[in-house]
Design a protein around this ligand. Sequence first.
Ligand SMILES: Cc1cc2nc3c(=O)[nH]c(=O)nc-3n(C[C@H](O)[C@H](O)[C@H](O)COP(=O)(O)OP(=O)(O)OC[C@H]3O[C@@H](n4cnc5c(N)ncnc54)[C@H](O)[C@@H]3O)c2cc1C
Length: 366
Amino acid sequence: MVDALILGGGLAGSAAACLIARGGKKVSLLERETGPHHKVCGEFLSIEAINHLHQLGVDPLALGAVPIGRIRLVQGHCEIEAALPFTALGLSRYTLDEALIRKAEMSGAHIQRGVRVLELNGHIARTAQGEYEGRQVLLATGKLPIREQGVALPGRIEDGFIGFKMHYRLAPIAAEQLAGTIMLALFNGGYAGLQLVGRGRANLCLLLRRKTFLRLGGEWGAVCEWLESSPIVQRMLANAEPLFEKPVAIANLTYGRPSRDHTSAKVLSLGDRWAMTPSLTGDGMAIALRSAFLAAHCVLSGHDAPIYHNLLASQTHRQIARAMTIQNGLELPVLRFAAYYLARLHPKILTRVVEATRLPFWHNTL
Ligand SMILES: Cc1cc2nc3c(=O)[nH]c(=O)nc-3n(C[C@H](O)[C@H](O)[C@H](O)COP(=O)(O)OP(=O)(O)OC[C@H]3O[C@@H](n4cnc5c(N)ncnc54)[C@H](O)[C@@H]3O)c2cc1C
């Protein structure tokens, strides 16, 4: 039996594996994908995420990240721009997650790829390749639930969100206009983020209510037409070359609350398995990394899961609550227009909102 069995090799799982292995414990990590892969994500690295990556010994700039210093809010024909309160970075998850899982391996964690966890029962994970056991289990399998203690998985969430990600090679003029900026376009029924994640490569990440997607005909082509109802988005994507055959997508997303009862003393939930903060704050990766630092701290100090979950809640609940208020507010057309016109009068409001949705500082002792 290993000291820590980590399920999922995304940012949370790999970062925790890295830190716990560096602390001298025996760590095993199971990841269902066999190699690097794309994930639905805006790929906006906030300052907290960047700091945590540096603490792990990962330099996003050396991986090809591009700086982002401004935010542009787009609604219909209009746009407002303001400075971000920090320099963020744009970097593809394909590159970032791979760098981190390799870092975990180099730190001494035993990484097994292509192993899908079918069920978790206490501290035993069942996979097609057999059972794995850990003194403590770190559940870091991301956005969607896995079967636990024999309980059936929840069915379709009718009012859930669907996320899409598509990379484009932009026309040179559009790439120039987007450089250094995260563009956030607000729509009835969803929002989209567009930013560069490498030289000339842009990521369009879109979040839609399921019912909006169905109303549009349930097809990516129709979604693109709908997006282009915004003249500014249309201008940015004119003559852009899609770099995937079809978008990466994920359905049944719910935001806000911790996604399961955190009752077991031995199972620590990390990252999106703990809770999902609204994507528009661009802070989900920071929470995933923060959860890894806190989990590693607890495992190495011999604390059980409830202590870890309380610590994580105290660090993240304000960020998530504020982000939920903003996301829910923007779904109401009246509030969305009011917020937009207020920001138009005082663009610095955008800077303040970004500031207010950051994680608190945490003194890293690892
Ligand atoms: C539309 C959208 C836009 C977003 N934009 C941003 C943004 O711009 N900036 C930001 O900071 N955050 C953003 N986020 C949030 C961010 O993507 C997540 O918070 C982050 O990926 C969470 O990391 P994680 O390690 O918890 O999960 P993941 O990154 O999802 O990793 C989970 C890992 O577990 C593996 N896995 C899953 N199931 C199993 C299984 N059964 N067995 C074994 N392995 C398994 C998966 O293959 C994966 O590698 C966005 C999210 C969405 C939905």
